[in-house]
Design a protein around this ligand. Sequence first.
Ligand SMILES: Nc1ncnc2c1ncn2[C@@H]1O[C@H](COP(=O)(O)OP(=O)(O)OP(=O)(O)O)[C@@H](O)[C@H]1O
Length: 312
Amino acid sequence: MLSVSVIQTEKLSKRYPRVTALDRLTVDIGPGVTGLVGANGAGKSTLIKILLGLAPASEGTASVLGKDSAREGAAIREQVGYMPEHDCLPPDVSATEFVVHMARMSGLPRTAARERTADTLRHVGLYEERYRPMGGYSTGMKQRVKLAQALVHDPSLVLLDEPTNGLDPAGRDDMLGLIRRIHTDFGISVLVTSHLLGELERTSDHIVVIDGGRLLRSEAIASFTGTTTSLAVEVTDSDAHPDGAHAVRAALTEAGLSVEQPGRVLLVEVTGDDTYDTVRDTIAGLGLGLVRMEQRRHRIAEVFEGGSAHAA
Ligand SMILES: Nc1ncnc2c1ncn2[C@@H]1O[C@H](COP(=O)(O)OP(=O)(O)OP(=O)(O)O)[C@@H](O)[C@H]1O
């Protein structure tokens, strides 16, 4: 497989006087959509600012599209779009005026800036509203304008900081769809942050999880999903097996599956499609009844289990 790095960090640290925001973070991110997951304060925004050359690292190195973040920040920002986390839109200006202004700042000539602005605002789903002052926009519309200004200069990569923040479930789904299409329609790579693993799992090719500035995981989504999916299984007891769960656990372990038993419910790690058949056949073979069997995605809290050492 051809391996091209879009973002690379090597033992990257950022220390503020009272807190270590990044702690020897080493990641290598290729093209496509990458989800950067972490709880509030995990270091996501700090990483983005260092990558863009907007903040210096305390130690270590970072590069974006082969350019060094510490020395070539301006060149990186020409090729990279950035959607900041917080509301930063002037209220008395329309989306069109604002995005044209941002396009001109990126060096586009006047006519090209106007054309690109119209195309980009249409792409993110803003139509006639684009001529109204942004102070009257909903959160979803503001997030779309922030996304549009990140895309208007046709970057190779966009860094999106919490783009689903403040959106209702339908708004989140729309935004995640838009983000996916940035890559599929235009071939632009995306680094998108969120504190919700579930929404990024649906959208990303690759997931990076950080906590307290440290790397917890960096995996392609297929293997990530595999390791974080389990079957919750509950069975009846019988005269032959007065502790049905125990009997099933022993048989499944014998069959080579990894099983945990926090209580009456067994958690069986899903290693492939045949896991379901093995569980069902094992229960039937023991003459026990199946009360329920459901697939569980591990939630972010579980991903952080044992790793959330940093102070809130
Ligand atoms: N300029 C700063 N001065 C001091 N501490 C800072 C500064 N910026 C960030 N921090 C601290 O660094 C840690 C990481 O912050 P960061 O904003 O990178 O996290 P985050 O994962 O983006 O979280 P959030 O989603 O809440 O923004 C936090 O403890 C934060 O308080």
